[in-house]
Design a protein around this ligand. Structure first.
Ligand code: GLN
Length: 220
């Protein structure tokens, strides 16, 4: 069990301080902690970046990253430890969340595997989107490609796709941030962002900075 906490305490600025968590049930936790720290540094923002797992830890957050990994595992374990319910309540009531790959699958209301079809996995059912899991093939078919997210001022981003999903169907309230080869690979609705690719695996922390700014603007 990994434990990693970065705290910046400048007491005079404390009331503005942000607490951003990375769900540490399974997946790319450390990489997201480090990318969020770089985003804080580049933005000159104070706050706490912490890994979270329990309902109590989740309830303290201003913003949360659900990392990539294996959505069936993240779903099952968070159901068992009681976090799934708190995650849903917090996000439904406005807490900003960045769901990456498996994290985006967790945010959806329907997930189908490209090969095996419907999988009966616990989901947060937050966004009216249908996900096609493993949409671009297996681990060995992982790839990197340039992605544009013009509407959030990130015109060029190196998208790393690893057993990535795509969004095969969206409700009318969902903003499409990026497509690759006609497949939807990044979406947003208010406080919720989902990407099929892994922004924590590249040096450019633009997307983490965008998320930190979103958390900051919704807190104030
Ligand atoms: N294929 C994984 C899933 O369905 C997601 C892969 C990832 O997060 N990199 O959960």
């Amino acid at each position: 069990c990994q434990y990693f906490r970065i705290t910046y305490a400048r007491s005079w600025w404390f009331s503005m301080s942000l607490t951003i968590g990375v769900l540490s049930i399974q997946g790319d936790v450390q990489e997201n902690l480090l990318s969020t720290k770089s985003a804080f540094d580049e933005l000159g923002i104070d706050g706490t970046i912490t890994d979270v797992k329990t309902p109590d830890e989740i309830s303290q957050l201003d913003g949360l990253i659900i990392p990539g990994g294996e959505s069936t595992t993240i779903g099952q374990l968070s159901l068992v430890n009681g976090s799934l319910k708190v995650l849903k309540e917090k996000i439904d009531s406005g807490m900003p969340v960045l769901g990456i790959c498996a994290g985006m699958i967790m945010l959806s209301n329907t997930a189908n595997d490209r090969v095996v079809g419907k999988t009966d996995q616990p989901l947060l059912d937050i966004l009216d989107i249908t996900l096609e899991r493993n949409s671009f093939g297996r681990q060995r078919e992982s790839f990197e490609t340039e992605i544009s997210m013009d509407s959030i001022n990130i015109p060029k981003f190196n998208g790393v796709f690893i057993r990535a999903p795509s969004v095969s169907d969206v409700g009318s309230d969902i903003e499409i941030l990026a497509k690759y080869n006609d497949k939807i690979v990044a979406i947003k609705k208010g406080n919720v962002i989902g990407t099929a690719f892994h922004p924590e695996l590249v040096e450019d922390v633009s997307l983490h900075k965008y998320f930190v700014n979103l958390v900051s603007s919704l807190k104030n």
